[in-house]
Design a protein around this ligand. Structure first.
Ligand code: ADP
Ligand code: MG
Length: 270
């Protein structure tokens, strides 16, 4: 379903992502792990369309998408939950989720501008779909509250609801569990497991190695912008390069490697 071929992106002459190859079959939940600054979020931006690659290509099924704008990729089925919370303040939680559907509906603009009956039917449909998505992530009670009034955990759930409302075929989750409390993490893990059982293809970046290893079919390890290992959780855990770069010698520490969460990539050194 997803084929990333030789993709590179540099900032100021330094490669954040360097000649990365990544192939993800339909229905797989692939984890992408690596130390802070490894290039995980940049790789997601290159797939989601927030950044254009300097080299290489990205295909979704047979469609080449790396030159397309983010909203066109969204329409083709690429959903993204960003690392940093992105909510639209001044809008309710429900309206925030509806944005996810509007981003991916085709006829919306013209019928909406002309206020045709089809527009109102579509609005109703989107509204009920958005409510379902809020229920699914467990925050339906917050539907009519201003989005900025939601606590952090609920804001993260809101972003997931928004992405789901766009009915993605490929969902990119960038540290969706960061800032969540233990119970919230468990619920998120259960939901991701459900989505996987439904056949949704996902890429998951997460620092909590236990969380990742439990959920993922396969794991790709990035370091300094390059893929240094790929395999099952057990294979990756045993790989000496991975242990040196990331796991720090111990068997899968749980949260030792994520001091800053979404803090600036430069901060943690590397
Ligand atoms: P990760 O998500 O694995 O922590 P990032 O993809 O955020 O890593 O960052 C990879 C590298 O690219 C880092 O060295 C970071 O400083 C750099 N980088 C990322 N985005 C930008 C940007 N917009 N401008 C300049 N440098 C960036
Ligand atoms: Mg990141």
């Amino acid at each position: 379903m997803l084929a990333v071929d030789g993709v590179s992106r540099a900032f100021g002459g330094v490669f954040a992502v360097h000649k990365v190859n990544l192939t993800v079959p339909k229905g797989e939940l692939r984890a992408v792990i690596g130390p802070n600054g490894a290039g995980k979020s940049t790789l997601f931006a290159l797939i989601g369309g927030q950044l254009a690659p300097h080299a290489g290509s990205v295909h979704l099924d047979d469609v080449r998408i790396d030159r397309l704008a983010a909203h066109r990729r969204a329409r083709l089925g690429v959903g993204v939950v960003f690392q940093a919370a992105r909510i639209f303040p001044g809008m309710t939680a429900l309206d925030n989720v509806m944005v996810g559907a509007h981003a991916t509906t085709r006829a919306g603009f013209v019928t909406g501008a002309l206020r045709l009956p089809a527009h109102f039917r579509e609005e109703r449909l989107i509204r009920s779909r958005a409510l379902e998505c809020l229920e699914r992530v467990g925050i339906a009670d917050w539907a009519d509250r201003p989005a900025e009034a939601l606590p952090l955990g609920q804001q993260r759930a809101l972003q997931l609801a928004r992405a789901l409302c766009g009915q993605p075929r490929l969902l990119l989750l960038d540290e969706p569990a960061s800032g969540l409390r233990a119970g919230e993490r468990e619920r998120l893990a259960a939901l991701i497991g459900e989505l996987r059982a439904e056949g949704l293809t996902m890429l998951l970046v997460e620092h909590d190695v236990g969380f990742v290893m439990r959920l993922a079919d396969r794991v790709t390890v990035l370091d300094l912008g390059r893929v240094i290992a790929e395999g099952t959780a057990a294979e990756v855990r045993a790989d000496p390069r991975v242990i040196a770069a990331y796991l720090g010698g111990a068997a899968a520490p749980t949260s030792a490697s994520a001091p800053g969460g979404s803090a600036g990539p430069e901060g943690a050194g590397g």
